[in-house]
Design a protein around this ligand. Sequence first.
Ligand SMILES: Cc1cc2nc3c(=O)[nH]c(=O)nc-3n(C[C@H](O)[C@H](O)[C@H](O)COP(=O)(O)O)c2cc1C
Length: 234
Amino acid sequence: MQIRRLFAVLLAAVIVLTLAACGTGSNTQDSSDNTKAQETTAAGTESTDSATASAETSEQPSSDISDTETAENKILVVYFSWSGHLDSMAHWVADETGGDLYRVTAKDPYLENYNQTADRAKQEQDNDVRPEIVVDITEEQMAQYDTVFFGFPVWWYDLQMSMWTFLENYDFSGKTIIPFFSHEGSSNGAGALPTIEKLAEEATVRSDDALSIRGGKVDGSENDVREWVKGLNY
Ligand SMILES: Cc1cc2nc3c(=O)[nH]c(=O)nc-3n(C[C@H](O)[C@H](O)[C@H](O)COP(=O)(O)O)c2cc1C
């Protein structure tokens, strides 16, 4: 009788210990799953928000620049976006190419108000101003990239001014630049492509292959953007 009781006590202890061990295991699993879920949500929110966000002011700079050197063609997808179109396009390009994504932002962000932004942009252009930008790609990091997908909105019939600053900040010799842009009528980019060729004259600028999408059509253009990337030999 005593032996049976002892056995029952031992069995109960084993069950309790086993359950405790399982509990610990599944908690660890949960917390790592949670971390993943949060990351996914954060990334998802970022791109959804930015597709609807109206201004750079409401945006955090996004960057996934890495220091890894590889023998293969290393790709950077760099872009400026004020009202979100280029943000969407750049995310699709980065996803399709596997390139690092980098958003250029002005240190003094453009305001949400269209008229104020249009006035500031006009003044900057008329006075040949280079707006200061947040710089968090080092020259060494930039040197590792072979191909730069370069996304911008047409502003006042030319390249958006922060992207002038960006191009003048780095050495693009030996690199290939593939432009993609959005506009509201200047479908050939007006002066923007010649400006890129001028500012990055040491680079091969593939202006003939540039992708142009009207702002109002960007939301439905994911497939077009991906097909464009697939058709490029880069
Ligand atoms: C200040 C400013 C100037 C613009 N100038 C032009 C222009 O000259 N030609 C044109 O086709 N679109 C022009 N646009 C429209 C933008 O190129 C277009 O809305 C683009 O899709 C915006 O991209 P984003 O949403 O990434 O900022 C201008 C927009 C702004 C805010």
